[in-house]
Design a protein around this ligand. Structure first.
Ligand code: CO8
Length: 260
């Protein structure tokens, strides 16, 4: 499938999704959301053998500098709310994707860009990465889940400060706060993400999917994560992969998981 705003490449089962609007620092316009929705709801789920997905931004300056502010002036309360909900739903597709999705943050991750990175399962920051939710500077609030996920990652105290001031933090502070998993030299974000996906790809694919579901369940209203855990533990125990994993350990060999 060809996309207007995304470039997709496949490196040995690792899909690299590049938001490709460098002239606008990869700001997310309506077309980018249409493309992300098509990719995560139709294209990627069909590629059942992939190891995972990495999302990055084109160029060396920006991951994603937010929603495209140039599209804001046409908004009214109804259309703005609908667009915000649509963006949230598309980011849920990423957060609930059954294979690991890693943000390789190669520069600015502001507003919708920080929200996109936070919808991914893991975040690798280049040394030049800058994170922030500057919406209050525009007289609005975050619209793609930022007011909720930022608290999940860094706690209410620092989240409130970042959201109220609209300020930016660098990669090292993001690491210290728990917003990102690793900081790497600029330009090495994708390689680090590939290294992690190389490891997760050796694990049981059903278990990987269930871990993603269970961690997400902690933050879903009405879900009892502990109950889900023992249910999924039981479900996993019924898979051929579980038998293979246990047998491989006992026989001192590498497990050959089939995802069954
Ligand atoms: N939208 C559109 N264009 C952008 C954006 C953006 N978010 N960010 C940068 N650009 C464009 C600039 O307009 C400029 O284009 P041009 O050359 O045509 O003037 C080009 O990218 C380069 O940008 P700068 O010249 O500004 O580059 P600097 O290095 O001087 O500054 C910054 C980089 C600090 C990142 C600066 O561009 C900036 O502050 N950008 C805006 C960041 C921002 O406020 N992001 C949050 C947007 S709001 C949001 O994301 C809300 C999400 C929820 C939406 C809900 C539904 C609609």
């Amino acid at each position: 499938m060809a996309y207007e705003t995304l470039h997709i490449s496949d490196d040995n089962g690792i899909l690299l999704v590049t938001i490709n609007r460098p002239q606008a620092l990869n700001a997310l316009n309506a077309q980018t959301f249409t493309d992300l929705k098509a990719f995560f709801s139709e294209d990627a789920p069909k590629r059942s053998n992939i190891k995972g997905i990495i999302i990055t931004g084109a160029g060396d300056k920006s991951f994603v500098a937010g929603a495209d502010i140039k599209e804001f002036l046409a908004l009214n309360p109804e259309s703005a709310s609908a667009l915000s909900k649509r963006g949230q739903d598309i980011f849920f597709l990423i957060e609930r994707f059954p294979k690991p999705v890693i943000a390789a943050v190669n520069g600015f991750a502001l507003g919708g860009g920080c929200e996109l990175a936070m919808a991914c399962h893991l975040r690798i920051a280049g040394a030049n990465a800058r994170f922030g939710q500057p919406e209050v500077s525009l007289g609005i609030v975050p619209g793609y889940g930022g007011s909720q996920r930022l608290i999940q990652y860094i706690g209410k105290t620092k989240a409130m400060e970042l959201l109220l001031t609209g300020g930016m933090i660098g990669a090292d502070e993001a690491l210290q706060l728990g917003l990102v998993n690793y900081v790497v030299p600029q330009g090495e974000e994708v390689e680090k993400a590939k290294e992690i996906l190389g490891k997760t790809a050796t694990k049981g694919p059903i278990a990987i999917q269930k871990v993603i579901e269970l961690v997400n369940a902690h933050f879903q209203v009405g879900q009892d994560g502990f109950e889900r855990e023992y249910q999924e533990f039981g479900n996993c125990a019924g898979t051929a992969d579980f038998m293979e994993g246990a047998a491989a350990f006992i026989e001192k060999r590498k497990a050959e998981f089939k995802g069954k």
